[in-house]
Design a protein around this ligand. Structure first.
Ligand SMILES: C[S@@+](CC[C@H](N)C(=O)[O-])C[C@H]1O[C@@H](n2cnc3c(N)ncnc32)[C@H](O)[C@@H]1O
Length: 197
């Protein structure tokens, strides 16, 4: 993951049931990929349609699949995949040992991912949850160099992720009481940061 003094927005998509071997069908992502389609939309929101003025090069998406595999995505620049199928191809190839230059894949669980992030003094980790504290009350996110937002999948955070949140005492923030797609949460957070700066 990036270690830089420039302000960075990071999204950690937790996907405990998603395919970790890349053996899914591009024409049937939700079922054969065990909701890998959700990650495709998250990536499109983070690097394509979400940002307006926030530099895309200062966005990172981390996906923890099956609580064993960690994928880290940076802005693909002119190689930007367009559409769910194009992102799914990037994910599949990376999981099968042929990652694009803007993707890294390794063995790492959610606990160690969070522990690494919390080790940096200018890094803040938050979890997005419908029932959390209002987003704008988290004042110190305006001063941190890196803000990382953890998101659940289509059914929220599983018990493993909840125990990581509790162990590290990660503050829970809401963007409103209505449940939204992860991709929409990401574009909302980016908009909030664009507004703050
Ligand atoms: C589709 S939602 C999860 C499904 C939802 N918990 C449910 O059971 O209907 C995916 C993730 O987006 C984030 N999320 C959705 N709506 C949110 C909101 N209003 N405020 C903060 N985070 C939200 C949470 O991290 C959630 O786990």
């Amino acid at each position: 993951m990036t270690e830089s003094s420039a302000r960075l927005l990071r999204f950690i998509q937790v996907m405990p049931n998603a395919s970790v071997d890349g053996r899914f069908h591009l024409r049937d992502l939700p079922s054969s990929g065990k909701r890998i389609d959700l990650l495709c939309r998250v990536l499109a929101a983070a690097f394509d349609w979400g940002p307006d003025t926030w530099p895309k090069s200062r966005i990172e998406v981390v996906a923890v699949l099956g609580n064993t595999v960690r994928m880290v995505f940076h802005y693909p620049s002119e190689r930007l995949p367009v559409g769910e199928r194009a992102w799914a191809t990037v994910i599949r190839d990376a999981l099968q040992g042929n990652p694009a230059p803007f993707v890294t894949v390794g063995q790492c669980n959610l606990h160690d991912t969070v522990r690494e992030l919390m080790a940096h003094s200018d890094s803040r980790v938050w979890v997005l949850e419908e029932s959390g504290y209002p987003f704008r009350t988290a004042l110190d996110m305006g001063t941190a160099a890196q803000n990382s937002f953890m998101l659940g999948n289509h059914v929220g955070l599983d018990s493993v992720a909840q125990s990581v949140v509790e162990e590290f005492n990660i503050p829970r923030l809401t963007l409103g009481r209505r449940s939204m797609l992860s991709s929409h949460c990401i574009s909302t957070v980016i908009s909030e940061f664009e507004r703050m700066t």
